[in-house]
Design a protein around this ligand. Structure first.
Ligand code: PEP
Length: 256
């Protein structure tokens, strides 16, 4: 049976380890009942240790640095992530790109994460969907530059998350003013497009790289993205911060 990958990106929430423990335990018991989903929770770094013993969900970091160790104040290495049981890492999220992360920095982070055997959730997506379709070139460039000089053999640990920036709930906060989910039909087109870009730029065997959709996914639209959008999973922000809503989302996916 196909297992969808559902990534819960907690971003900079919740505010205490007590709340993180409660949210984890509610998320894990919701995930335990769902047969067609693999749930991966990506909490803030300070909560990673709370998760090490929980085998019901996968564990992911929200970022990683490209150097091994040393004088890099505030950074976290791939080796450190591995040492606390992390299996996945989000790289290139638009909220980090907004803080100045470039395609080149993302490429270095991906290389370092692969070196330590982490599964990379590589985020790409356009700021706006213009009528002249420049966004296609924009996304293509993100994909190609992010994966530059990486052996396609390592793509067994690659997951690409297509997240149109205007569809992510934080777009509202940053003044884009029109956050709303994409349509499953567009998600289908974009996931097909991204697969084609990877295959033609890197390897004809790379067609099996999973593509996720992210951007204002909730309990009502999740199943549509998976079925009509034909994506391999979802990257879920805000909805994953509330165990009840996230549990509803999982239940709806379980009906597929
Ligand atoms: C995200 O930040 O990756 C995301 C998809 O957020 P949200 O679900 O809140 O739009």
């Amino acid at each position: 049976m196909k297992k969808y990958l559902i990534i819960a990106n907690w971003k900079m929430t919740p505010n205490s380890s007590k709340e993180a423990t409660e949210l984890l335990s509610a998320t894990a018991s919701a995930a335990k009942k769902i047969r067609n989903v693999k749930v991966v929770v990506c909490p803030p770094f300070v909560y990673l240790r709370l998760f090490s013993k929980n085998s019901k969900v996968g564990l992911g970091g929200q970022d990683v640095f490209w150097e091994e160790a040393g004088s890099y104040t505030g950074e976290i290495s791939a080796k450190m992530l591995k040492s606390v049981g992390v299996q996945y890492v989000i790289i290139g999220h638009s909220e980090r790109r907004r803080l100045g992360e470039t395609n080149e920095m993302i490429n270095r982070k991906i290389k370092q994460a692969f070196k330590y055997g982490l599964k990379v959730i590589f985020c790409v997506g356009e700021f706006e969907r213009d009528e002249s379709e420049n966004y296609l070139q924009f996304v293509k460039e993100e994909v190609i530059k992010g994966l530059e000089q990486i052996s396609a053999k390592l793509f067994k640990n690659l997951i690409v998350a297509y997240e149109p920036i205007w569809a992510i709930s934080s777009a509202k906060k940053f003044g884009k003013g029109f956050f709303h989910p994409d349509t499953p039909e567009n998600a289908f087109q974009m996931s097909t497009y991204i697969k084609r870009v990877i295959v033609s730029a890197f390897s004809k065997n790379a067609g099996s790289v999973p593509i996720l959709y992210g951007g204002s996914v909730d309990a009502k639209n999740a199943a549509d993205f998976l079925v009509k959008g034909n994506v391999d999973g979802l990257l879920v922000g805000r909805t994953s911060w509330n165990a009840k809503e996230f549990g509803e989302l999982l239940k709806n996916v379980n009906k597929i």
